[in-house]
Design a protein around this ligand. Sequence first.
Ligand SMILES: Cc1cc2nc3c(=O)[nH]c(=O)nc-3n(C[C@H](O)[C@H](O)[C@H](O)COP(=O)(O)OP(=O)(O)OC[C@H]3O[C@@H](n4cnc5c(N)ncnc54)[C@H](O)[C@@H]3O)c2cc1C
Length: 499
Amino acid sequence: MTGHAVVIAGGGPTGMMLAGELTLTGTDVAIVEQRLGPELAGSRAGGLHARSIEVLDQRGIADRFVSQGTTYPVVHFATIQLDISDFPSRHPYTLGLWQKHIERILADWVSELGVPFYRGREVTGFEQDDTGIDVKLSDGRPLRAQYLVGCDGGRSLIRKAAGIEFPGWDPTIGSLIAEAETAEEPELGMRRDEKGIHGIGRLEDGKRVRIVVREDRVGQAGEPTLRDLSQALIAVWGTDFGVHSPTWISRFTDMTRQAASYRKGRVLLAGDAAHVHSPIGGQGLNTGMQDAVNLGWKLAQVVRQTSPDSLLDTYHAERHPVAARVLRTTMAGTALSRTDARTDALLGTMTELLSMDEPRKRFAGELSGLGIHYDLGEGHPLTGRRMPDLDLVTVSGPRRVFTLLHDARPVLLNLGEPGSLDITPWADRVRLVDADYAGRWELPVLGAVTAPAAVLIRPDGYVAWAGDSAQPGLPDALTTWFGPATAPEREDGLTADPD
Ligand SMILES: Cc1cc2nc3c(=O)[nH]c(=O)nc-3n(C[C@H](O)[C@H](O)[C@H](O)COP(=O)(O)OP(=O)(O)OC[C@H]3O[C@@H](n4cnc5c(N)ncnc54)[C@H](O)[C@@H]3O)c2cc1C
């Protein structure tokens, strides 16, 4: 039977990001994807938020995406624009780039990394035992793995087969989304009426348009047809503009649900498999990619047995609350997108509130992902927050912090006296870098913070510990996040007895 340490069901953005992360750590991982090729029907998600771009920058691949998209210095809360150009990040913007391009670039990356893809077959089930998991594929060929990650989208078979509950809220609105040609010139732009918000935009090929139009009934069964699209257009614009030759027609709703647990034994969930919500605010793909970056290094360490299996529980503990906030914000955004007079009044009130600096920063921090704060306990304000991409001076010359994370390994940055920190028992896992940094420490949302003398950075770019050599927490943080200290090797090659 073919075996891999980790099998990922689903090669969408979440699955590919996770596979890339695991491969960087040297973990044997494979993706099973039901689609035959990397092409995606329809353009789907419209872009990447600032933190996702930073995460890609941490791996040295942000430019591949940024060079192909368009940057906008804002995020959206419902229809309210929040400026993020003053956020302390190298990427204080949203990148407009269709999901089909994002997936193509990710597919190239994982292919360069040599990730095996079992394409054109589905995961149909699995059985876990004490030592691993048998993954069943639609072609009858079984795969054995230590862990299975369901990155198989909102209708996740993995989630259902694992018996993980998916509580939440049924849809209240539904829209058709389509790419098609029109015989007549359509009315381009957004349209707000008593039915809701709709829009038509020209696609890159200049020939087709992308249409988003509200449907009268929610939760219609079956695949949408050209006739459904035509009727919905007529109901809103009074004409279907002679719509024809659709290349993609799909339906989306504001159904809002989240997996009760992101883990059951050897099965984990990430991306849409773990959370679904309205596409308002463009959060889904970003949340999934960042789930993957949170999970990848933890899974790698557990597979390598440098950390206990319980490290995987921190994945749920950190990422479930982030997506729960996303669910709340998208539900609030959906409510604000209603078009009655009272909702308009509420929208006006919210617009006023969000024009104030503190609320703007707080909400923009959440929507851009730059304000994410994992609860890792007391300590320096950096703890649990993203490490800023500082310009450092090291013995090997100037370095950006993010370049130190390219190989997805933890870094202890010593900004104090060179050589003042000794982490020999973790030296096989954590890279110690002596560096100087003279500038300000400024975090998104929080503002200026005091300069720490040392920072322990996890492979996902979040700070596990910050302080100075006089503070006692460093060995505990190293053990919690990167496993127990190993005894140094003796000169004869045997491991010294720590006692
Ligand atoms: C209209 C629309 C607009 C959106 N706009 C945005 C936006 O602007 N920003 C944003 O962040 N998000 C947006 N989203 C959401 C975004 O598209 C999803 O959140 C994102 O695709 C989730 O990625 P994923 O990899 O978790 O899941 P998916 O993209 O759904 O990928 C799952 C993969 O698993 C495969 N698969 C499924 N079942 C199996 C199986 N049993 N075996 C093997 N393979 C399987 C599928 O073929 C698929 O490739 C939008 C969504 C829609 C519909």
